[in-house]
Design a protein around this ligand. Structure first.
Ligand code: 5GP
Length: 175
């Protein structure tokens, strides 16, 4: 595919920020059992880097959600495509997201997981587009705030591609 992609956040900047987020999360969860939830598929790269920077007892689980259906605009409808393997009641839970755009997905995840009575529910996202917000949702940790542009790389795709770019790139020639 021939997209025109310009670098927005370099590999080094991402790694530095991920380390800092890991330190903050370690400070918060040290001495506790943490269940870190990877929101598939976009968070896979951020998640695998971030969990290695969190120094406490940590288990992993995975949730699948879809809201974009391969397009660049959110359909406004969030669907659970894969549920967790583990019950979360009484556990300290951290939702790890790649990007918060309209906030619909994060709001949906917070509501669904809070209904399962975790001991605590925290949220971290690598990227946040404050200008795209449609619904209120609280995010505890944010890697980078970015403009309302479509981005790919470091786990984020366009039609299934570009997840393997080591940096975040802005796409300039989408229809
Ligand atoms: P929201 O529900 O906040 O509108 O969107 C969340 C989901 O939309 C993200 O988890 C991600 O999959 C997708 N998304 C939002 N903005 C972008 C973007 O700029 N690039 C890519 N590749 N996906 C995005």
């Amino acid at each position: 595919m021939n997209l025109s992609i310009s670098k927005m956040i370099s590999e080094d900047e991402i790694q530095t920020r991920v380390k800092a987020l890991g330190e903050e999360l370690t400070a918060k969860f040290k001495g506790k059992d943490l269940l870190a939830i990877c929101v598939l598929k976009g968070s896979i790269v951020f998640y695998s880097d971030l969990i290695r920077e969190i120094d406490t007892d940590l288990s992993c689980d995975f949730l699948g959600v879809s809201s974009y259906h391969g397009k660049t605009q959110s359909s406004g409808e969030v669907k659970l495509t894969l549920d967790l393997n583990t019950p979360i009641d009484g556990r300290h839970v951290l939702i790890v997201e790649d990007i918060v755009d309209t906030g619909l997905t994060m709001a949906y995840l917070q509501k669904s997981l809070l209904a399962r009575s975790p001991a605590s529910l925290s949220t971290v996202t690598l990227l946040h587009k404050p200008d795209a917000k449609k619904v209120e949702c609280e995010i505890d940790y944010i890697g980078f705030e970015i403009p309302n542009d479509f981005v790919v790389g470091y786990g984020l795709d366009y039609q299934g591609l570009y997840r393997n770019l080591p940096y975040i790139g802005q796409v300039s020639n989408l229809n």
